[in-house]
Design a protein around this ligand. Structure first.
Ligand code: NAD
Ligand code: IPM
Ligand code: MN
Length: 349
């Protein structure tokens, strides 16, 4: 197994080091990591946030383990040079259209959730976020002067039917592996893009009569995720809504530092990363929670490398470490990033 290791910016190197430690412990000699520059770290050395060499490596490996990109020192750069373009570029270039973001409550972390026990208990949901379309990639976009010489910014929200159909199928297939409940989240009461989204989801639903499909507007969904998150099983939604709702769901289950993700193409080749960013406020301090990245490593074993047993072993070790009281600062404790990695390592054995 050859894995491209893209640590990136901020806490990226700290958290990926822990995931590599765990993956090596579980898989042994069979897994090999090839490091490459990405994000602001790559821009500083090469002048590009996504160097050609990095992209080439990612195309040639079995999977990608990704930390995070984003650097306040780069916020002044023109858009094409900003670190965030690296992750957007990888998603687009590798056609990683299906983003799976599971949010479940570890029972041990009940007290870390800002929600009362009776609301959060039993929460175990999967957000299936479309990742290569929507307002993120729609054109035209830009900044210009309007007819009264005022500056204006504009973006284009857009999906075609094929893009909606393929992510809808992932949603229905995912629902079949769980409790066969799928909620499609849109804003079809206002947006044309969402109207098409809903129409296509309803068409695809004909192929999956065994899956119970519901629809919800995104504003209500945000409210419901806080009010009663356990009502959701599998969610499908567009790129922008999925971005926002997954951060929201992460806080419900305790911390954004916990949530992993898989970004898959049609052949299940994938990029694996925690859903959070480079956390510049805590970078370099050994405070970051590495569990989202470690759990992303487990997803890599499950979805791309087809080693379900090893994936489950890592997830179980994370649960055991939490059960024994392992807590980084975001979970109200004082363990460092590497101490948390070590706690998971100890629980593996
Ligand atoms: P963020 O997710 O980096 O941080 C939000 C808050 O959560 C911060 O207080 C941070 O300290 C905390 N946090 C995040 N991850 C944590 C972890 N593992 N352990 C403990 N606490 C954690 O979001 P932001 O501050 O809005 O963005 C910072 C930078 O990251 C920006 O440049 C943004 O564009 C970028 N970003 C990158 C990705 C990615 O690489 N996929 C994702 C989101 C944001
Ligand atoms: C995420 C991030 C990215 C996104 C940014 C960094 C481009 O927030 O992966 O959730 O908006 O998709
Ligand atoms: Mn995000």
């Amino acid at each position: 197994m050859r894995i491209a290791l893209l640590a990136g910016d901020g806490i990226g190197p700290e958290i990926t080091a822990e995931a590599v430690k765990i993956l090596k412990a579980v898989v042994g000699q069979e897994i090999e990591f090839d490091e490459a520059l990405i994000g602001g770290a790559a821009w500083k050395v090469t002048g590009s946030p996504l160097p050609e060499e990095t992209l080439k490596l990612c195309r040639s490996t079995d999977a990608i383990l990704f930390g995070s990109v984003g650097d306040p020192e780069c916020d002044h750069l023109e858009r094409a040079l900003r670190p965030e373009q690296a992750i957007l570029g990888l998603r687009r270039e590798l056609d990683l259209f299906a983003n799976l973001r599971p949010a479940r409550l570890f029972p041990e972390l009940q007290a870390e959730s800002p929600l009362k026990e009776n609301r959060i208990s039993g929460t175990d949901l999967m957000i299936v976020r479309e990742l290569t379309g929507d307002v993120y990639f729609g054109t035209p976009r830009g900044q210009r002067k309007d007819d009264q010489n005022r500056r204006e910014g504009f973006d284009t929200m857009r999906y075609n039917e094929d893009e909606v159909r393929r992510i809808a199928r992932i949603g229905f297939e995912t629902a079949r592996t769980r409790s066969s409940n799928l909620c499609s989240i849109d804003k079809s009461n206002v947006l044309e893009t969402s109207q098409l989204w809903r129409t296509i989801v309803l068409e695809v639903a004909q192929e999956y009569p065994d899956v119970a499909l519901s629809h919800m507007y995104v504003d209500n969904a945000a409210m419901q995720l806080v009010r009663a998150p356990d009502q959701f099983d599998v969610i499908i939604t567009g790129n922008l809504f999925g971005d926002i709702l997954s951060d929201l769901a992460s806080a419900c289950v305790g911390s954004i530092g916990l949530l992993p993700s898989a970004s898959l193409n049609s052949e299940n080749k994938g990029l694996y990363e925690p859903i959070h960013g480079s956390a510049p406020d805590i970078a370099g301090q050994g405070k970051a929670n590495p569990l989202g990245t470690i759990l992303s490593g487990a997803m890599m074993l499950r979805y791309t490398l087809k080693r379900e047993d090893d994936a489950a072993r890592i997830e179980k070790a994370v649960a055991t470490a939490l059960e024994k009281g392992a807590r980084t600062a975001d979970l109200g404790g004082n363990m460092s990033t590497s101490e948390m990695g070590n706690a998971v390592l100890a629980a593996l054995n």
